[in-house]
Ligand binder design. Sequence first.
Ligand code: FAD
Length: 440
Amino acid sequence: MDIIVIGSGPTGLLTGAALAQRGHRVVSVDRDPGPAADGSWARRGVMQFEHAHGFRPQVGDVLAKRWPAGLEAWLEAGADPVEITLPDGTTVPIGHRSLRSTFERGLRAAALRTPGLELRAGHVDVLLTTDDQVADDQVTGIVIDGEPMRADLVVDASGRSGRPDRCAPDPTLIGSCGMAYVDRVYRLHPDAEPGPLDGPVAAVNDYDGYQILVFLHHAGYFSVLIVEPLADHELKVLRHRPAFEAACRAIPTLAAWTDPERAEPVTGVLVGGALRNTYRPQRLLRGLVTVGDAVATTTPTRGRGLALAYTQVDALLELLDDGSPDARAVAEPFDAWCDTWIRPWVDDHLAVDDELVERWQGADLDLTRPLTSNSICTAAQVDPRIDEIAGPFYLMTALPACLEPAEPLARAAYDSGWRPPYAAGPGRDDLVEMLAAVAV
Ligand SMILES: Cc1cc2nc3c(=O)[nH]c(=O)nc-3n(C[C@H](O)[C@H](O)[C@H](O)COP(=O)(O)OP(=O)(O)OC[C@H]3O[C@@H](n4cnc5c(N)ncnc54)[C@H](O)[C@@H]3O)c2cc1C
């Protein structure tokens, strides 16, 4: 088949390479022409390129299964596989440490070497349908920079902000996460030890009014994030370097990590764009299928985006390999699959994010509502049986519904009056007061 993939991001490259390996002629079109001759890469329209990323095991697993050369190139670029040792002595892979830019550079290098896959620069304006009008029932190609290009199958992997199809369906789920964040990438000095972590990859601390995270990447790179309610205008000052640095000095975990004796910044302060949880069903047109962030986006606080995108690609390839129905009608069974396996994660994020922001803004937990996955898992601090139930949820090998048996245990903890403590350090009001004295 002749296949066009719209978007050469992580989803488009994996899908394009895997389809090319099956003998199809694949063109992956992206409005981004790739790195400049000096190696710099502006990656306009993909603001997350420079932002902190955690890589769950699904990313490496699907690459290993569907595109081993992609995984190899990512490892060559510097990705660092992470394992944990369980109490019984067995080791379990829990993902990779990497910068997002390292991930994309590795995949792109492998894609350029993949026979049958062509990377083309250009903006996809609109889909072509049988009579070259949008909104007919059969897609026959795309219009790229004003020129038509035909294909048997068009795969839309255009991400959260791509709109190649003016008739894209309204999302059935959508919500602003109510959070904003700023982050900055640092690098440890040679031989410097990493700062405090809650596990092998990250540190997460909740404060009264905001949250901080540290992600350890590869080669000593790490990202520092401060997440606050979108509505908190006074904390917006954190986007200015002097305020961000003052906050880092005042918050114990960040002070340890960003100590100039330990590390130095390698970027300015990066401001996260609008973050939404979104679920878009397929358009159910023959010859068109949508995959990756173009189907579902989740807020980055749980680092689930790429795991959701890559499990989608895996499922889509399974359906295409199965051959029933024919490839041009694959959107229908894929829609059903996404509805079962992807949509519940977006539902989960909508509930968790709302509740987290309410908590940061001082509200007590509303026990008249069902507990969210976050409230259930947080209660493991007082009832460790919850962790035993929640293991598959943490690893995303089971849907959030697997937490149902843990809900009564968590509810009992909250009914007793227990609430999760805040980390030691300045609350939001202390931070605002301190930042008011910083000249930006
Ligand atoms: C701030 C932030 C932090 C994140 N942190 C994490 C994390 O820690 N862990 C994690 O797993 N996930 C994280 N995610 C999610 C993750 O980045 C996405 O899931 C991932 O980028 C999805 O890849 P994609 O290829 O589907 O989309 P994208 O990466 O958005 O790629 C889409 C591509 O399509 C191209 N395109 C769009 N429209 C057109 C057009 N009309 N014509 C031509 N080309 C077009 C774009 O240029 C782009 O290259 C984060 C997201 C954000 C926003």
